[in-house]
Write a protein that binds this ligand. Structure first.
Ligand code: NAI
Length: 319
């Protein structure tokens, strides 16, 4: 395979998400320039990527058709923004979640790029109108929000600015598919995009149930991990409804009233502080103390589970 065939992608910011994107793009055969402001950070990121690729290869979890050395050779570091973006087809910004910083970076990019590169932000929370309004190249701008860790959790939320050219949305969608991610399109911006809106709805109700003493924090987490979560790893809430009755219309007929009655009993938005915060924190630290050693060990366990699940999902899909 000609490694230069797929074109060149630039990653701006070589932290957690930047490194993951670099690996995902390289797995799809793309050349990757990993840009950061400090050379030391770039060097550290490249070392970290080498280690991760080798480990993934050893455990049979490496994505794509190229081996670890071939993928690694597609990724190079850079601290010169102008040189980094020259000839790129896609720029994925992964700098810290700070509006002013990101606006400054997109402002710099706006002066450097041509009319045919996609300018994409990994932001988790910042709306496209806040990030991109006023840029000369606003038509080429989009949010492509990944889920941590993107190497195992393939979802990417694509959120256009009102002035984004529809071709850019389609092009980014196709690119994400090509590198094995699972893109979804939002037709317009909304706070929290789709994933965090769903996540916050769950967190709020979890908080209320624990706060009202209905269930313990540990049992609440089991409701998801041994209940809803198992199903949701393979299908969404809407398909779940469809299958849990004789189709969607029948589900609504049967459960409409019951759902509305339960939903009417939901309480106000919690303040995520005070007694409930203390109670939930106590349960969490009994299981995993909140120091780097224990948190990292548990994160490692989580990533291992996600890696195996992503493998299983791939196997099931290809059946
Ligand atoms: P991070 O703090 O690990 O990495 C940020 C990187 O940006 C660092 O390497 C830093 O040196 C670099 N940087 C700082 N200023 C820069 C500049 N002016 N030019 C170039 N590079 C610069 O942050 P992380 O976690 O990787 O997050 C990056 C983005 O991804 C954020 O917008 C975040 O909201 C988003 N995101 C994060 C997720 C997560 O779970 N960590 C999940 C999904 C999205």
């Amino acid at each position: 395979m000609d490694p230069t065939r797929e074109g060149r992608v630039v990653i701006i910011g070589s932290g957690l998400i930047g490194c993951s994107w670099a690996m995902v793009f390289a797995s799809g055969g793309f050349q990757v320039k990993l840009y950061d402001i400090v050379q030391e950070q770039v060097t550290k990121a490249l070392e970290n990527i080498s280690k991760q690729l080798k480990q993934l290869e050893k455990t049979g979890m490496l994505k794509g058709l190229l081996n670890a050395d071939q993928q690694r050779s597609l990724i190079t570091g850079c601290t010169d923004l102008k040189a980094a973006v020259d000839g790129a087809i896609h720029i994925q910004e992964c700098t810290p979640e700070n509006l002013e910083l990101k606006k400054k970076i997109f402002g710099q990019l706006d002066l450097l790029v041509s009319n045919d590169v996609v300018l994409s932000s990994s932001t988790s929370t910042l709306l496209p109108t806040k990030l991109f309004t006023g840029l000369k190249h606003v038509k080429q701008c989009i949010v492509a929000h990944p889920v941590n860790p993107p190497y195992y959790v393939p979802l990417v939320e694509l959120v256009p600015h009102p002035e984004t050219d529809p071709c850019i949305l389609e092009r980014t969608y196709a690119l994400m598919k090509k590198i094995g991610q699972s893109p979804v399109k939002l037709t317009k911006e909304v706070n929290g995009f789709a994933l965090n809106r769903l996540q916050y709805a769950i967190i709020s109700e979890a908080w209320r149930l624990v706060g009202e003493g209905v269930i313990s924090p540990t049992d609440l987490d089991l409701v998801m991990s041994d209940g809803l979560g198992i199903r949701y790893a393979f299908m969404g809430p809407l398909e779940t409804m469809h299958l849990n009755a004789e189709g969607m219309l029948n589900y609504c007929d049967r459960y409409r009233e019951g759902m509305i009655n339960v939903l009417k009993t939901f309480g106000p938005i919690p303040d995520f502080s005070g007694e409930t915060e203390q109670k939930i924190n106590q349960a969490m630290i009994e299981k995993t103390p909140a120091d780097p050693k224990h948190l990292n060990a548990r994160r490692h366990w989580r990533d291992e589970c996600l890696m195996r699940l992503s493998h299983l999902k791939k196997e099931i899909k290809s059946d």
